[in-house]
Design a protein around this ligand. Structure first.
Ligand SMILES: [Zn+2]
Length: 536
């Protein structure tokens, strides 16, 4: 007897093939039958009445490691149909922990940390902690190279000694042994950014014998984009591991259009036999920590180093001058620095003690309120808020977003984290809206992608990257991670002005055969699991 039959669905199976009408039977957590199941005995029948039934969405790029312990139902994402979250992106993971450097690790992840208990030292311990939570969806972990570097050498801006490099390789190998799927880097964030290419290769190649991939927030997404993508491809080639290029984009007006070059680089690398994929969120604004505007030299020693330089008048003046030169309208812009356009930077959230009233304001608006120049405003916020000030930056072009979206090797991924309206602040809406925005705006309204191709980019493509061969498809034998939605009404509601709003149009979400969202309500089912890397 089947546990559940989903009747009268429009089945979009995740392969990219055109939809077909039919029923799907679930038994023992797996999809057991697909076809006409009229008359099949089942404990439960759910009539989908022509709604789309697709494999559950797999979000390759999240920072939910830092919020799941507080919001384990992951409602912002699960309500869209996300059934697996990949954690540990951009070099940030909450392990490995070397006890004497725990405070440094906490400072490093301060922009994300929603209040972790920090009761583990390694991936296995963190997984065990996650398994105590009432998870609604599955999670897979990556180990962050920044966290590994903090454990080995703190925030020092120098190459590692042979012993330190060896220690980092051992930490990475241990994480892979424990089941993490990849090593991630975030090469704009110190101390991840302090690593030279050879150091990255030495760590990435550890993944080869485990079948683990290398994901990268590359060294620059603005002026340095082309070189930075080149570096990531070089890491993949020399370490002989698959590459996942994170949140692919070109930042800053003068770089718009450069994704044509980088997408061609991806095609060339693939033609040459290298396994390269990318992912993307469907917005023209990014989100990061305000500290990302700082010049590299000012971040030696991490947030403490930054604070002491801000307290030194000469160093502070130099930082201010460099920020002014990073303004897009500057006649002789500083190359290599992140573009500093205060009219395009909105303060998303600040730690306690900074003043909540600045949340939701542009740096230019805040500067006008204080009667000072915006660079000074930014430095003041960094002084008071350290690494905990989050920004949203409106720096991309819609044409580029569409160009990247159409590329067949680009998956849909949020770069978000699990939120709840209780989280406060004005976070980027991508946590609440990424997947349904693609289905509503880019499939239904603007016809940038077909429905089937969009679903492939949310399901079998990321499953393929994870080597998760029993997910991401509607096929007998696959795990029953499923989402049902109304293709005529599915839409995001979360906006930059009012981000804390769940999506609409998604009726059912099924994780490992259990219904977690039913007619838009959380059933409370503890259906999620920690997914460990399949052996190579
Ligand atoms: Zn990133």
């Amino acid at each position: 007897m089947l546990d559940i039959v989903f009747r009268s669905a429009r089945i979009v199976d995740g392969t990219g093939n055109p939809w077909s009408p039919g029923d799907v039977g679930v038994e023992g957590g797996r999809i057991s039958r697909v076809g006409d199941l009229t008359g099949a005995a089942a404990r439960r029948v759910v009539d989908l009445d022509g709604r789309v039934l697709a494999p559950g969405f797999i979000d390759l790029h999240t920072h939910a490691d830092f919020t799941l312990p507080v919001f384990p139902r992951a409602e912002a994402m699960v309500r869209q149909g996300v059934t697996t979250l990949v954690l540990g992106n951009c070099g940030f993971s909450p392990f490995p922990v070397v006890p004497e450097r725990l405070e440094m690790l906490r400072a490093y992840v301060a922009a994300f940390d929603a209040g972790l208990p920090w009761s583990w030292v390694d991936a296995a311990g963190f997984m065990a902690h996650l398994e105590t939570l009432p998870l609604a969806c599955n999670v897979a972990l990556q180990v962050g190279q920044g966290a590994v570097r903090v454990a080995a050498m703190g925030f020092d801006d120098r190459p590692p000694s042979a012993a330190e490099l060896d220690f980092m390789r051992r930490l990475v190998a241990e994480a892979f042994e424990q089941g993490v799927v990849a090593l991630s880097t975030g090469l704009i964030y110190p101390p991840s950014s302090f690593a030279a290419t050879d150091e990255l290769i030495a760590l990435a190649e550890v993944g080869r014998r485990y079948g683990a991939f290398y994901s990268s927030h590359v060294r620059g997404e603005g002026d340095m984009l082309v070189e930075a993508i080149g570096e990531a491809l070089e890491v993949g080639r020399r370490a002989a591991v698959p590459i996942q290029l994170s949140h692919h984009k070109a930042s800053g007006k003068r770089n718009w259009g450069r994704v044509e070059t980088t997408l061609a680089m991806i095609d060339k690398a693939r033609a040459d036999g290298h396994d390269v994929l990318a992912d993307q969120y469907p917005y023209t604004a990014s989100s990061t920590t305000l500290a990302a505007i700082m010049p590299r030299w000012a971040m030696d020693g991490g947030i403490d180093g930054m604070r002491s330089r801000l307290a030194d008048p000469a160093a502070r003046r130099r930082i201010r001058d460099e920020l002014m030169r990073a303004h897009p309208d500057h006649p002789a812009p500083a190359r290599g620095m992140r573009e500093f356009d205060p009219g395009a930077i909105m303060i998303a959230s600040v730690p306690d003690g900074v003043g909540r009233s600045c949340e939701g304001l542009l740096l230019t608006e805040l500067a006008a309120r204080f009667g000072e120049d915006p660079a000074e405003t930014a430095l003041g916020l960094l002084e008071r808020g350290g690494g905990g000030v989050q920004i949203v930056a409106f720096t991309m072009s819609e044409d580029d977003v569409r160009r990247v979206m159409r590329h067949p090797a680009v998956a849909v991924a949020s770069d978000g984290w699990t939120l709840s309206p209780a989280a406060g602040g004005r976070p980027h809406p991508r946590s609440y809206g990424t997947f349904v925005r693609v289905l509503g705006k880019y499939v239904r309204e603007d016809r940038v992608l077909s429905l089937e191709e969009a679903i492939r980019k949310m399901t079998s493509l990321p499953a393929h990257r994870l080597r998760s061969y029993d997910r991401g498809l509607i096929r007998p034998g696959c795990t029953a991670d499923l989402v049902a939605f109304d293709p005529a009404h599915v839409a995001d509601r979360s906006t930059f002005e009012a981000p804390h709003q769940f999506c609409e149009g998604v009726s059912h979400v099924i994780v490992n055969g259990q219904i977690v969202i039913e007619m838009g309500r959380d059933t409370g089912a503890r259906a999620g699991r920690v997914l460990r890397r399949a052996p190579a």
